[in-house]
Design a protein around this ligand. Structure first.
Ligand SMILES: NC(=O)c1ccc[n+]([C@@H]2O[C@H](COP(=O)([O-])OP(=O)(O)OC[C@H]3O[C@@H](n4cnc5c(N)ncnc54)[C@H](O)[C@@H]3O)[C@@H](O)[C@H]2O)c1
Length: 266
């Protein structure tokens, strides 16, 4: 199926690693222009180089911390200057640190709220005016099934992801009359296919606490028992639904939270 994404311009926040990287590659293969907006300069530059060999779209990196509204504004205007339009925003950058609520420092809560909740708010605020002006836009936030079920040792992260679900629904109502489609794709546990897919700032960097936990086969076996399809996802399990929602094939779908999580949340 031709998704009609050729020459569309897609911003992918956190596009340097794991799920965001796979989504950026998905757009590049569909010949879209891609903006990788990330804080990890080294990994983002590496990814952009490969994206530019994948299709006839153009990929660029814009150094952007999504928690900083002024950096996000600047990223949106640079994208408009370079490509003339923003068709698609993928709010993918996210962060968490698994631990019991009472064990975590307040600074972790602040970081979780800043990246997972303020990140999408800042990005939507910066791209929506240009989308509304053209009466065209697709905004997809990568949520989490933690935000649907309330995950153990992920209290504030779950609250943020529940928050982006409601942010998206409320904005789907507000911006529907301007022809903006606003949806959430909600993964469960998703592991990188190769250590090279995770940069230094990735939760899944080979030396990270998170990676160490899931490299333990016994732990992983126990976790995936809670998934009806009995396995964790790979990033490319998440990509097709994102591309479909970013395309005009799903132009009558808005305000939805779609789990791609092997049936973890139903
Ligand atoms: N991997 C999973 O198991 C899983 C499960 C459910 C939901 N998710 C969600 O999917 C999204 C991607 O997760 P992932 O596993 O690919 O994470 P990841 O840590 O591998 O990648 C996140 C990317 O975001 C970038 N980033 C971090 N802080 C940033 C900031 N302030 N500004 C801009 N970029 C920043 C990082 O450099 C990295 O490239 C997140 O929103 C996450 O919450 C992931």
């Amino acid at each position: 199926m031709d998704l009609g994404l050729r020459k569309k311009t897609a911003i992918v926040t956190g596009g340097a690693s794991t799920i965001g990287k796979a989504i950026a590659e998905g757009f590049a293969k569909e010949n879209a222009n891609v903006v990788v907006a990330d804080v990890d300069k080294k990994q983002a530059r590496r990814v952009v180089k490969t994206l530019n060999n994948m299709g006839d779209g153009e990929a660029i990196f814009i150094d952007t911390d999504v928690t900083d509204a002024s950096q996000v504004e600047k990223m949106a205007s640079e994208t408009l200057e370079r490509f003339g339009q923003i068709d698609i925003l993928i709010n993918n950058a996210g962060w968490t640190a698994n631990d019991l609520f009472l064990n975590k420092p307040v600074s972790d809560f602040e970081k979780e709220i800043a990246i997972n909740l303020w990140g999408p708010i800042n990005c939507i605020r910066s791209v929506a005016p240009a989308m509304i002006q053209r009466s065209y836009g697709k905004i997809i936030t990568i949520g989490s099934d933690a935000g649907r079920v309330g995950e153990y040792q992920e209290a504030v992260y779950s609250a943020c992801k529940g928050g982006v679900n409601m942010l998206s629904k409320a904005l789907a109502r507000e911006f529907g009359k301007h022809n903006l489609n606003i949806n959430v794709v909600s993964p469960g546990l998703t592991l990188p296919e190769s250590p090279d897919d995770a940069g230094d700032d990735s939760l899944w960097h080979k030396d990270s606490h998170q990676s160490q936990i899931f490299q333990n086969e016994e732990v992983l076996k126990k976790v995936v028992r809670r998934y009806p399809l009995r396995r964790a996802a790979v990033p490319n399990d998440i990509v097709p639904i994102v591309l479909l929602l970013a395309s005009d094939k799903s132009s009558y779908t808005t305000g939805q939270v779609i789990s791609v999580s092997g049936g973890y949340a139903m």
